[in-house]
Design a protein. Structure first.
Length: 359
């Protein structure tokens, strides 16, 4: 079969090798006579996969002993609530740096839990991220939250905000693992898996152990980070097959140069696509400040919505899917996550050149 060139924003492309491994092992996992889907999450066969996935995350991100890895459910949207439920005590406030739709949703959800303060501008045109000097942070805040990459607006932080002694919380759903990061700078990181980590159904949380231990206990047990930390993310039945696929994906990341290799490939892809946009500024326009352009979600516009619809339709006939911009903003969006090969990006740039000539 011919594989589609998948530019979807999420669930997104997965490495073909990870899928092929799952295909080979689907009916009989490791000679057990059962699929991994059928194994008990309390059994040794699944436990080995579970622990391997966690070990690979720790290795690839060089996670220090001060932090713990959790594999949860509910997506980033559940974390919008769990973060303040655990980390925002009564009488305290938290700062939210809001730079787009997802940061705004996180802020709005946190408002239902406690006192929060919004910084930044989710509606900025062109889309941008504030400079460190523009951040008037509260030095006594319970934490500072930001969204490292906005999938809809196509704007990304290319620096880690300095928050002093205040814990930094980051929603990295759409750019985790795109390059090495210093995990020690963060109090908590969370990310839905369905962009760079694996399939939908798993949410990665990396949290400082002291924050887990000091989290609020006046909330339901299932929503406490300490509950899941104490049971190695096996308090309730996890998304076993999704975690199995996460293991497969991370194994490939490790074998292909780790995050340093991934960063090199991702920068090459993003450069090629932005060069294709900038080469024809009369026809393609990126509505994001240049120093905030995302390496993961490249957004751009054509002169009219009608041309954009024609572009998406013609691209699909060439085997390119997922290029329609988010319904809230329109335009074109090419999500070029880790699993998207450079060959797909080059094909897209060539298509853009040909479409421009024929328009």
């Amino acid at each position: 079969m011919a594989r589609a060139m998948n530019f979807n924003a999420g669930p997104a492309a997965l490495p073909l090798e990870a899928l092929e491994r799952a295909q080979r092992e689907l009916v009989d996992f490791a000679g057990t006579g059962m699929s991994i889907i059928e194994h008990s999450h309390r059994g040794k066969a699944y436990e080995g996969v579970h622990n391997e996935a966690i070990s690979l995350i720790k290795e690839l991100l060089s996670i220090p002993d001060t932090h713990q890895v959790l594999l949860l459910q509910g997506g980033a949207s559940q974390q919008f609530a769990m973060v303040p439920m655990n980390l925002l005590p009564q009488g305290k406030s938290a700062d939210y740096i809001v730079t787009g739709a997802w940061g705004k949703k996180a802020f709005q959800e946190a408002k239902t839990v406690g006192t929060v303060r919004a910084l930044g501008d989710a509606e900025a045109k062109p889309a941008r991220v504030p400079k460190q000097s523009e951040l008037s942070l509260d030095g006594s805040a319970a934490y500072v939250h930001y969204t490292s990459n906005e999938t809809i607006g196509g704007n990304q932080f290319h620096y880690v905000p300095e928050t002093g002694k205040v814990p930094l919380v980051a929603d990295m759903s759409s750019d985790i693992l795109w390059k090495p990061i210093d995990v020690s700078k963060f109090g908590l990181i969370y990310a839905g898996a369905q962009k760079n980590i694996g399939p939908s159904g798993v949410t990665l949380v990396i949290a400082r152990k002291d924050l887990i231990e000091s989290g609020r206990t006046d909330i339901p047990k299932i929503f406490r980070y300490s509950t899941h930390a104490g049971d190695n993310s096996l308090y309730n039945t996890p998304s076993t097959f999704a975690i199995y696929l996460v293991r497969n994906v991370l194994d490939i990341v490790k074998a292909t140069g780790g995050l340093a290799g991934m960063e090199k490939r991702n920068r090459e892809k993003a450069q090629a696509l932005y060069d294709g946009i900038d080469a024809r500024p009369d026809f393609y326009r990126c509505p994001v400040e240049r120093d905030a352009r995302s390496t993961m979600n490249v957004v751009f516009n054509l002169p009219t919505p009608e041309l954009e619809a024609e572009f998406v339709s013609a691209a699909q006939k060439q085997g390119m899917v997922g290029l329609k911009g988010h319904r809230s903003v329109g335009g074109i969006r090419a999500s070029i996550y880790n699993a998207v090969p450079i060959e797909w990006v080059r094909a897209l740039v060539q298509f853009m050149n040909d479409f421009h000539k024929g328009a």
